[in-house]
Structures are given as C-alpha cells and as structure tokens.
Design a protein around this ligand. Structure first.
Ligand SMILES: C[S@@+](CC[C@H](N)C(=O)[O-])C[C@H]1O[C@@H](n2cnc3c(N)ncnc32)[C@H](O)[C@@H]1O
Length: 374
C-alpha cells in the first residue's frame, strides 16, 4: 500500500529532533541510532514501533521500508574543529560510507535525500571530502544542492549547519531552484562548490517570524551556584567583558552565556553579549557545558544552562521528554538538529520536492496515519 503521506526514514536519529520537525508532514517509517540513552529519549517522544536500535554497520537496506525522503545527520566529530578533522576517512564521520552502502542496498531509492552536518563538511581536506560526497550522490543519479542555515534565524542560538539536499534525477525540480546563489549560499558554500559544475541552487523563503531572545527562554527559578562558585566563575571573565557587565542598569534582567576555555595557558570565561546562546555541543566534542551569568534584581548569579533550556534552544516543544540525568539530556540536545530548521526545510523544500513525484497528501488523512505509525 502506498501511504498518502510522504514516508520518511531518519538515519542517525539521536534523540529525535529531526523526527520532531517532520512528523507534522510525513509518516515516519524507520529510524535508527546506536546510542541507547538517546534512543530512550527518541522512543519516549515518538514511540518505539519504527525505531531500530543498533549500529548502521548492521543495517541492511533491504530491511528498510520504502522512504520518499531519507535524512541522515551522520556523526560530525571528525569534521568539527573540536575533533581532529580526520574527515570522511575517519571512523565516526566515515559512517557516511556505511549509510551510502545501505542506500545502495535499498530496492527502491528515495526521491529526496537530506544530509546534515557541521560547516567543516564543506572545508575538510581542502574541500575534498565535500567533493567526494557530491560525486557519490551524482553517480547515483541525484541532483545535489548544499546550503548553510544558521539556526539563529529561528531560535536564539548561533548554530550554523550544512544541509545537502539531493533530489533524484527523475524529479522535475525547476520550480524549487534558483538560477544562482541566494541567501542559502554564503561564502563557505560558494567556495566548496566552485570546482563543481552542476550544483543545484535550491530556493526557499527566509523565515519571517522573529525568534525569541535567550533572555526570553531563561528559567529564572532554576537553582544557581553558591556565591563562592559564582564569584570564581565571574573572576574568569576578561576585563573588557567585566566593563560591559558593570554598565548594566541595576533593574535590567539579562543573561550572558559563555564557555570556559583555556587561552594562552589561562582559564577564561568567554561571554556572548548578543542575547544568543553559543552553539550547544556535546561533552564528547571536547568542550564543556555552557555557563550562564544572570543579572536579576540587581544581583549577579551563575549556573550551567539547564537541559530544558537546551531543549528550548533546539526548538523542541516544552513538553519534549528528556532524561532525568543532566549529562544525558545535555548531550542529546547538543548534537541534535534544530526543530524549526528541519520544519522549514520540510515545508518549503523536501515535501514540495516529493510532490513532484505525484504523491497526494489529503490533510484529513494525516492525523490518523500518524497514529497508525506510532
Ligand atoms: C549528529 S547526531 C544526530 C542527531 C539527530 N539527528 C537528532 O536530531 O537528534 C549523530 C548520531 O549518530 C549516532 N551514531 C554514531 N555512531 C553510530 C552508528 N555506528 N550507527 C548508528 N548511529 C550512530 C550518534 O549516537 C548520534 O545520535
């Protein structure tokens, strides 16, 4: 039976934020991740029926139900600066090749593929890794269009990420393409595609809703560090940052996020002053959790960002179920994909592309089909 909603397969599904961003428009038929802690968060939120725990190395493409759209947020550690930049030849980001093997085994190929990763994907090995990925998809008869989206246009978090959307050659994609680069193609994309001659420039509208600020999302009642620990943290701020903090009007509520780093052998707390969170990361990436300096009722307080704040910064709904364990929740959010970014791609590009394949989606059928698949 052909489902009436486009079917969606979520590889490297983690704690389920990609699934969260697509489930209003697609039927989730299969998802996979190796991490049991993230899998627990995934299944608590989206059900276990379509979730298959385990390594991609054990997955056979013949076992996967047909997906109109296939998404793969493959591991980023070897493509990020915090990692060693081993790129697609290294063990973790190299799981891209395992995913490609699974794609090759699928009896019916997806109409549309979306890959997501850190910006380092465009520059690793002098751009050679991106070219390998591009040619791998071209050889399999997909038109390939990379883009860079920063989550700050949707949520108060600076989180630039690369999305590579590939549409099977048989689709007429002209209505969804631009003739040249647009807002989705800043310099790192242009540099990566310069040696490639048949790149597709996907077109999508810019988001129109102004995102909330970090201060809007703060839980002002969350427990804070004791005075001694707060003072020790504040003492790590650079003098020029302290001057800015000192200028704050006494009655102003404000939040300043920062990471603790070692610079020239000294510990410093590097703060942001733009009411955006820095990019959330996992502790695995080699960086610490994000701290917050909070100015409330004329007093300075300090604490770590809470898992719920991290989830809100990832655009997850307030009701999204997390783990009771701080590190598990924080790590699960740190390597996820921002929900409204996924939703924007789904609504303005991925589903419209699939519609070129002639799938009709009556809105009246959506809710019941979703329930059936949970
Ligand atoms: C960038 S994260 C994906 C996040 C996810 N898309 C989300 O929005 O929550 C990469 C994921 O790959 C998973 N992973 C790492 N090695 C894997 C393997 N061998 N097989 C399957 N999944 C793996 C990690 O557990 C992690 O959740």
């Amino acid at each position: 039976m052909k489902l009436l909603l486009p079917t969606f397969v979520d590889f490297f599904a983690g704690s389920g934020l990609v699934t969260q961003g697509v489930k209003h428009a697609c039927a989730l038929v299969w998802a996979n991740d190796i991490c049991p802690r993230k899998a627990a968060i995934y299944t608590a939120n989206h059900g276990a029926r379509h979730f298959h725990p385990g390594s991609i190395e054990q997955v056979r493409g013949t076992e996967i139900p047909q997906g109109d759209i296939v998404w793969a947020s493959f591991p980023c550690q070897d493509l990020s600066l915090a990692g060693k930049m081993g790129g697609l030849a290294a063990s973790r980001s190299g799981l891209f090749w395992e995913w490609l093997r699974v794609l090759d085994e699928m009896p019916v190929k997806p109409a549309v593929i979306a890959l997501e990763n850190v910006v380092g994907l465009l520059s690793a090995n002098g751009g050679g890794d991106f070219r390998l990925l591009y040619h791998a998809l071209r050889e399999r008869s997909y038109k390939v269009g990379p883009m860079l989206l920063d989550a700050r246009h949707w949520v108060p978090q600076s989180r630039p990420r690369v999305f590579v959307v590939a549409a099977h050659d048989h689709l007429d994609t002209s209505a969804l393409e631009d003739h040249g680069p647009n807002w989705l193609h800043p310099d790192p994309v242009l540099k990566a595609i310069a040696p490639l001659d048949d790149i597709v420039f996907w077109a999508m509208p810019r988001p129109t809703k102004r995102p909330k600020t970090l201060t809007d999302l703060i839980d002002w009642d969350a427990p804070v560090f004791n005075e001694e620990r707060a003072a020790a943290l504040i003492s790590l701020t650079a003098a020029k940052h302290r001057e800015l903090l000192d200028k704050l009007p006494a009655d102003r509520r404000a939040a300043f996020p920062g990471y603790r780093r070692t610079r020239h052998g000294k510990q410093v707390l590097e703060l942001r002053f733009d009411d955006l969170s820095g990019c959330l990361r996992t502790a695995e990436g080699g960086s610490s959790c994000q701290f917050l300096l909070l100015h409330d009722a004329g007093e300075w307080k300090a604490r770590l960002i809470t898992p719920r704040e991290a989830a809100l910064l990832m655009g997850a709904p307030r009701s999204y179920k997390l783990s009771a364990n701080y590190n598990e929740s924080y790590n699960a959010m740190g390597d996820a994909v921002v929900v409204p970014v996924v939703k924007h791609l789904v609504d303005h590009l991925l589903v419209p592309l699939v519609l070129q394949d002639g799938i009709a989606i009556p809105t009246s059928k959506r809710a019941s089909l979703q329930r059936m698949l949970m």
